[in-house]
Ligand binder design. Structure first.
Ligand SMILES: [Zn+2]
Length: 136
């Protein structure tokens, strides 16, 4: 014998008795909880696309560092403004280390840069920074 499918609450999944045939929730508590969860899920989706945006910024930073230091040399001097003009964001990096002399070395994967005077940066490469990724 086929029974008509029982309507259940979208939030707690209890069977709904009575009320309008298009009823979706037991009460306002379940309705509010359901809407709260949905908003939370939507917020998580937005933050995921923001993560993708940051990953794009890091990849562009990487391409610019490759352009300025294609042979992966040490002590390559570059102009901060020129890098910024190509779309480099100095506040996005994959790691940061303080050297013995206090200098901050910012990493974008194996590439790094250090701030120098007169709007210049010194570029270099530390291939060991890639090994960390393989240890995960
Ligand atoms: Zn319910």
């Amino acid at each position: 014998m086929d029974l008509p499918e029982e309507a259940t609450c979208h939030f707690c999944h209890k069977v709904l008795y009575g009320g309008r045939s298009d009823r979706k929730f037991c009460n306002d508590t379940c309705r509010n909880a359901y809407n709260r969860n949905r908003r939370k899920a939507e917020a998580a989706y937005v933050s995921e696309s923001q993560q993708e945006l940051i990953i794009r910024v890091l990849k562009r930073n990487y391409r610019i560092l490759e352009k300025f230091n294609p042979l992966h040399q040490y002590s390559v001097i570059a102009d901060r403004t020129e890098m910024h003009g190509l779309g480099f964001f100095f506040n996005y990096f994959t790691g940061c280390e303080q050297l013995a002399d206090g200098t901050l070395r910012y990493f974008c994967f194996e590439h790094y840069w250090e701030e120098r005077e007169y709007g210049l940066v010194e570029l270099g490469v530390d291939e060991s920074k890639l090994e960390v990724v393989y240890d995960l």
